[in-house]
Write a protein that binds this ligand. Structure first.
Ligand code: FE2
Length: 377
């Protein structure tokens, strides 16, 4: 299937797309300390301050900080009282992704179509407005406690959403070249992968573009299976993983144990210059998985000629893979929370539209070394 990875605004016309989506609108994480989390993502990842909601803006039960880097918007939200839905989410899962918001032209249509096709409602179409116009949002549940919120913002010119004020603190850090959300991966329980594949097909009209079984994704010890779902124009890609039988506990099992259920495993953010971006991120304290030197000894035999010098890739631990359409460079952070759950991927695509299958073995062996240190392998 032909699909494109695009960060350009505007919608390609895709025939028979029942659910036109312009792109990722924002990703919201429920965290125990939104103020400090926002600072970390600014200082370490180079996000910029965008918007704030809380007591000062008339919100009584929560505080949210919104940060932005090019097209990526992250919200960090914490509760202001005990016994809240957000607090319970954090108690059960630790910090994690609650919302993957999808930018649409018509949030009422998206909601009605999705619910008609079997989605469970999270939020009926709701219009919020302020002096900058109005936004319509609606929402449906997906795996675990994660939700998709449809955001219709064509009649809005404000800084983020009604209810948020511009956040202009004194501290800003330089950006690191992160540009857009390339894909977001979910971990689901054993036997549930196909259920959620069907959910994305039935409810949102997504297509399965790739599939990996335990033979593709296994090491001596652990295995997992994965299918990649894409929307019509290819801007939204959701790989879905489930654990597979192995000699030892797989990373997906470890995630499910510590997250106490299905949830978002990683968010991949794209850059145009991965060497510069990762050098920058490492200098600011972002920790990445260590890749053994042996990976680089045979790299060029496997992927052929690439534009980059091998030395900085090896120095930084950047992985390379090639498919029929080109190649890609990618690297994975260590988990970013106290619980070994969520992490980030930095990816640069040079034609390749796949997800680095050739790197899975090296990558999972690196993850197993981390698991071994935690005693959870
Ligand atoms: Fe990924």
């Amino acid at each position: 299937m032909n699909y494109m990875v695009s960060d350009t605004p505007g919608v390609e016309s895709v025939d028979n797309d029942i659910m036109p989506i312009n792109g990722t609108d924002y990703i919201e994480l429920y965290v125990s300390n939104a103020k400090q989390a926002a600072y970390y993502y600014k200082a370490a990842f180079g996000f910029q301050s965008l918007a704030h909601a809380g007591l000062e803006t008339g919100i009584k039960d929560r505080e949210s900080y919104v940060v932005i880097q090019d097209k990526i918007r992250l919200i960090f939200t914490s509760p202001l009282n005990s016994n809240t839905e957000i607090g319970k989410h954090i108690d059960k899962h630790g910090d994690g992704v609650k919302v993957n918001a999808l930018w649409v032209d018509d949030a009422t249509y998206a909601y009605e179509e999705a619910v008609k096709r079997g989605a469970r409602s999270y939020m009926e179409p709701t219009t919020e407005s302020d002096e900058d116009g109005q936004v319509v949002r609606s929402g449906i549940y997906t795996y675990g406690e994660v939700v998709h919120i449809f955001v219709e913002r064509k009649d809005y010119s404000g800084v983020f959403l009604p209810g948020y004020s511009k956040w202009e603190p004194r501290f800003e850090a330089p950006t690191t070249g992160l540009k857009y959300v390339d894909h977001m991966v979910g971990n689901v329980e054993l036997g549930d992968m196909n259920k959620w594949v069907k959910f994305y097909e039935d409810v949102l009209g997504f297509k399965q573009i790739l599939s990996f079984d335990d033979k593709d994704i296994s090491t001596e010890y652990t295995a997992l299976m994965s299918k990649v779902m894409s929307n019509g124009n290819g801007r939204i890609k959701f790989p879905i993983n489930e654990p597979a039988e192995g000699l030892k506990k797989s990373q997906v099992d470890e995630y499910l144990d510590f997250y106490e259920g299905a949830g978002v495993q990683h968010v991949a953010m794209a850059t145009d210059n991965i060497i510069e971006t990762v050098t920058n991120l490492r200098d600011r304290g972002v920790e990445f998985l260590n890749i053994p030197d042996t990976y680089y000894a045979s790299l060029l035999d496997r992927v052929g000629e690439i534009d980059e010098d091998l030395a900085p890739l090896k120095e930084l631990g950047i992985l390379v893979d090639r498919d029929d359409e080109g190649y890609l460079l990618q690297i994975f952070t260590k988990t970013v929370n106290p619980r070994p759950t969520m992490f980030f991927e930095i990816i640069q695509r040079k034609g390749a539209t796949s997800f680095g299958k050739g790197n899975f073995k090296a990558l999972f062996e690196a993850i197993e070394r981390e698991q071994d240190l935690r005693g959870t392998l």
